[in-house]
Write a protein that binds this ligand. Structure first.
Ligand code: 6PG
Length: 282
């Protein structure tokens, strides 16, 4: 029998048999199916929400775009739709495309249509970017807004840096190893002072985006990377498995996700782990 580190509840699911803890790369959860991954992801998020609301009366969660939102879909269903304290959720975006909120490329629209509009989130707790200004101004304004919320402790502050400490940062993973809008070998990867930066040359369309920087991602209490499908297998291998230093792989964005004082969990399906080497249980 396996107990949840958070609630102590009994965890079911064959994914446990395939998973383990990697000494440097966090907890790797491998699921037989997308359905099992979604259930486990919903359990994990609901448990974190419960613990954070109990501890500090709020749950500050930052979302990515892409397939992640669909995989969070079970949160809109029972029991979570009834048991999660949605009124205490504060929603942010780890990255956003600089397009109007009604545009098909908008991460805000993706989350609103597929998640936020289906559960009783407080509208004023949804913190999206200003979609009527330039990428640079949108990044500045978003950082300013987050700084105000840190002052009010709606978002906690890191104990080891002046960064915000989100309760949960949810990341997808690109086939090239990008997370958020932090792409391999891009200057945004080495940004250390800004909390939110912007890019205008994203290799993945659309080109203009704002994104949390690595110091903010790595200051979170919890970071989860959610990746499914064969197309992610190489990136998963490069992000988790032992690799020789200075082989250029160390600048893989997904490998630079290393919470300094937080917990990292990978939600993967079997296809995404097809190239994963090295045992992950000590
Ligand atoms: C974005 C995302 C991006 C996404 C990955 C994975 O706005 O494009 O935030 O980082 O998470 O590209 O996307 P998929 O899960 O759809 O492959």
């Amino acid at each position: 029998m396996v107990l949840s580190p958070l609630s102590g509840k009994r965890i079911l699911g064959s994914w446990m048999a395939l998973s383990g803890v990697h000494k440097e790369r966090g907890e790797v959860r491998i699921h037989e199916s997308l359905d099992e991954l979604s259930t486990d992801l919903a359990d994990y998020i609901a448990e974190l929400s419960e613990a954070c609301v109990k501890e500090r009366g709020a749950f500050a969660i930052a979302l990515s775009g892409g397939s992640l939102i669909g995989l969070m879909g079970k949160l809109c269903e029972a029991p979570y739709s009834k048991t999660v304290d949605w009124a205490k959720w504060y929603i942010f975006w780890v990255d956003e495309r600089v397009v109007s909120k009604s545009h098909a490329d908008s991460n805000y629209k993706l989350a609103k249509d597929n998640l936020l509009s289906k559960v009783p989130i407080v509208p004023s707790h949804v913190h999206s970017i200003n979609d009527s200004v330039s990428a640079e101004d949108a990044a500045d304004e978003y950082e300013f807004a987050i700084r105000q919320l840190v002052k009010m402790r709606t978002v906690d502050v890191s104990d080891i840096s002046d960064c915000p400490k989100f309760d949960l940062v949810l990341l997808g993973l690109g086939p090239d190893g990008h997370v958020a809008s932090l792409f391999p070998n891009h200057s945004a990867l080495i940004e250390q002072d800004e909390w939110v930066t912007f890019i205008t040359d994203s290799p993945k369309p659309p080109p203009e985006r704002i994104t949390f920087t690595l110091p903010v991602i790595n200051s979170a209490s919890n970071v989860a990377v959610v990746a499914a499908g064969e197309s992610k297998a190489e990136a998963v291998h490069l992000a988790i498995d032992e690799t020789e230093p200075d082989d250029g792989k160390t600048s893989l964005p997904a490998r630079m996700v290393q919470p300094r004082n937080g917990k990292l969990v990978w939600f993967l399906d079997k296809l995404a782990t097809s190239k994963l080497q090295g045992s992950h249980s000590e």
